[in-house]
Design a binder for this molecule. Sequence first.
Ligand code: ANZ
Ligand code: ZN
Length: 804
Amino acid sequence: MSVYNFKEIEKKWQKKWEENKTFKTVENDKPKYYVLEMFPYPSGKIHMGHVRNYSIGDVVARFMKMKGYNVLHPMGWDAFGLPAENAAIKHGIHPDKWTRENIEEMKEQLKLLGLSYDWDREVATCLPDYYKWTQELFLKFYEKGLAYKKKSFVNWCPSCETVLANEQVVGGECERCDSVVVKKDLEQWYLRITDYAERLLNDIDKLDGWPEKVKIMQKNWIGKSIGAEADFEIEGFNKKLKIFTTRPDTMYGVTYMVLAPEHEYVDELVKGTEYEESVQAFKQKMHHLSEIERTSTDTEKEGLFIGKYAINPLNGKKIPIYIANYVMVDYGTGAIMAVPAHDERDEEFAKKYNLEIIPVIDEDGTMINSEELNGLDAKEGFNKIVEKLENLGIGKKTINYRLRDWLISRQRYWGCPIPIIYCDECGIVPVNKEDLPVKLPTDVEFTGKGQSPLITSKKFTNTTCPKCGKVARREMDTMDTFIDSSWYFLRYIDAKNDKTPFDKDLVGKWMPVDQYIGGVEHAILHLLYSRFFVKVLKDLGMLDFDEPFSNLLTQGMVLKEGAKMSKSKGNVVSPLEIIEKYGADTARLFVLFAAPPERDLDWSEQGVEGCFRFINRVYRLVDELKGFTNVEMNLENPSKEDKKARYVIHSTLKKVTDDISGKFGFNTAISALMELVNEMYKYKELEARKECILKEGIETIITILSPFTPHLAEELWSMIGKEGSISQICWPDYDESALVKDEIEIVIQINGKVRGKLNLSANITKEEMEKEALEDDKIKQLVEGKNIVKIIAVPKKLVNIVVK
Ligand code: ANZ
Ligand code: ZN
């Protein structure tokens, strides 16, 4: 008898897989299946979230491969980003060295998990042979007018000393370091994602394989509002004030106007007036506040009259103009008509500053105080007023999106350089494609202060103009790392291409990704940006589909005692320690068994031990029965026990197949498998056991275990004398005839209450059922001395005896 030596077994099979390139994907005629897990940031150590994410993906990949698909299952590194740079500042290690070493370490750790990746397709976004193509894609965006530079107020993290996208500001704080974010006026590069807002929104409805909650989050993020723009004249001022409103029907109820403090008119409107000083002071104050801090519902509304009046174009009424915290410069037109009777924010403000409140719509939705529109339904009023504005040439129906253009400039070193040159003569000049990649210089200083460290490299900053050849400067900002991850799934398909980012035909063959798996924290940004990239690349003729990911699974978190694992809480369980103690198969089995993939999973050492014991139990079972591998299947004269054993074998096979291919029911699949193991333990103790059924049982167990615990399965597969990797065999079909039950459990009720159960032949008549029920000893006792009024028998289900 041998013992389960996971260390030896896991090492042995990992080595074989690597040597035989078992998981290398080559083009063939089988139907394709692209399964992808979100690639990790190479922090240097895998955590339980990775173990969970990648184990889920691995089950899908291995299962689909056995189901006859040509499976693409790649892995790589989202390798640019701040931590590398912070390590450089703190410990003086170059980000490049730090990152490469971390990748090596993490790759070793991932390999310990026995994941079925085709490592020949590995990509790392920080390598020049990857970011060369990121730069080329940027230039394509630029040529199309989809990358542009603009000066604007941006979110600035004073601690990271870099710009943040709106998306990276969470609750007014920097997503990474939790510092309060401020506004800063800077020239920055943007991608024109707003041009794609409508398509990004409409195509959400095509994403049948996405969780509803993620689709809703994307819709809300795009935030489409239908309304109108209208121009208001300002007394004594030669420009008109354009506002955006979703409620043109309330226009007779406007009692004041509000400009965002940063609105371009403000300085002009107050220049040289008694209001100038207070307005400037207010602007200064707003400067230090984030959008969330200014607009959150529990922030008190605050503002100032600026000494000017606007004219309501509908009734000529003179209305005061304010600036206020709750109006943002970069939404709509940065100015509003305030209707305190119908907008809560305006109402709060109006009450505080004693401004007029005029209701224009009554409780049942009819217009009032609106001159000739009185009595109309507000919906009709909406259209009537829009029409009126259009006729007057001072407004129109408009659609507004919450989505803003994507700010991609980062004042950071460890990112993809933006391939742009500034020439005094020629202005902004793109780097020639032949000169890509613009490589990151190595002679930089990491002070952690001020602008991009790239500035400290003279070799980098000083260059010549590609157009006129004169001395010129390079762009020193690098790109948001979300750009790198917006197209990596395309590069895997053609990872070694040195002519183009990817081959159109190959990508057409493999895309879209059939199953994408990752954390819900990427439900908005990463997915939206990837969808945007795919749409732009389609418009550029580089590919032929609209959406990158057909099916999406967002896995839950790994918790410990109900709390997220974190260093600060000191409750982190290291995957390496678990692998060391129990082996990777146990770790995998536990994260797959303990909860359905979408749900949070609570870490439990007992749970892990339970999985370890189960694996040992399977090992002992196979070890004991491995001698029966050459027996022939012979099902003549099966006993009741034979039938039951075969029923369990094949119903488990059916259940596991359905559970894996359907809704990721890995936990229920594994528990069915555990029952099958129990059944085989019982069956093997029978004197009349059949060797052929034992063989069928253990072969089935090993096969369906293989996506979950692949090392164990390979070892057991070879123990029973099979050659080659179990990952290469076909997933078996279950035997329909084994699922036909001769006997069925029938419930016996007395006056509707369950009083007993009987196993009866499936083909029995109603009369026979009644007879069997009345002959049961327990039932006999219970009805003794009572008057049987009637008996109802439902075939294959129950017998109900009504007594008095
Ligand atoms: C008048 C009005 C009356 C409004 C009413 C609402 C209700 P969403 O749905 O988010 O698009 N608004 C417009 N631009 C703004 C800005 N830059 N900062 C803050 N608020 C702004 O909301 C659009 C509404 O939000 C607009 O319609 C405007 O107020 C305000 F009973 O105009 B409304
Ligand atoms: Zn020039």
